[in-house]
Design a protein around this ligand. Structure first.
Ligand SMILES: [Zn+2]
Length: 159
């Protein structure tokens, strides 16, 4: 896509520190790393985010993220990794070209990835679970198949 910084990195127009490459994605060092070794998995084809990305491309990117995570542990000695995909501006996506962050974690690295836990009533959980567990109607209408019977768990575990 014109003007997209990641498309330019994929094409080589903008240089990058490339770690590995598949036919669907590249893994490069983030130029503004949270920690040394912070890697970005970037799709070769332009997709805006998780909503529109092809399944096989996203699958490939996740497998590359796994491989990078192992390398970070084995070769840089990190104690853990965060694997993050931000989607849309409100979620912190700065460049609108689908990418996954693999962030190595070290003792006292001052990296903060957190959220405040919200209180919700049991009824609210049940309502949200109901809405989210319903199958997409369009897909079944298109294929002419009958929607599968819902299998909603009645039991909820609260911590
Ligand atoms: Zn792009």
């Amino acid at each position: 896509m014109d003007g997209c910084i990641f498309c330019k990195i994929v094409s080589g127009e903008i240089p990058s520190f490339k770690i590995l490459e598949t036919d669907k994605c590249i893994a490069i060092l983030d130029i503004n790393p949270a920690n040394p070794g912070h890697t970005l998995i970037v799709s070769k084809e332009h997709f805006d985010n998780v909503y529109s990305i092809d399944d096989d491309v996203l699958s490939d990117m996740m497998l590359v993220a796994k491989k990078i995570a192992r390398r970070l542990k084995e070769r840089l000695g990190c104690k853990g990794v965060n694997i993050i995909m931000n989607n849309e501006k409100i979620a912190g996506q700065i460049i609108p070209h689908a990418h996954i962050h693999v962030i190595p974690r070290f003792d006292d690295d001052k990296v903060i990835i957190t959220y405040t836990k919200k209180q919700m009533a049991k009824e609210q959980f049940a309502e949200i679970a109901k809405r989210l567990s319903e199958e997409e109607q369009e897909e079944h209408e298109e294929s002419g198949e009958e929607a599968p019977k819902e299998n909603i768990k009645e039991e909820w575990v609260f911590r």
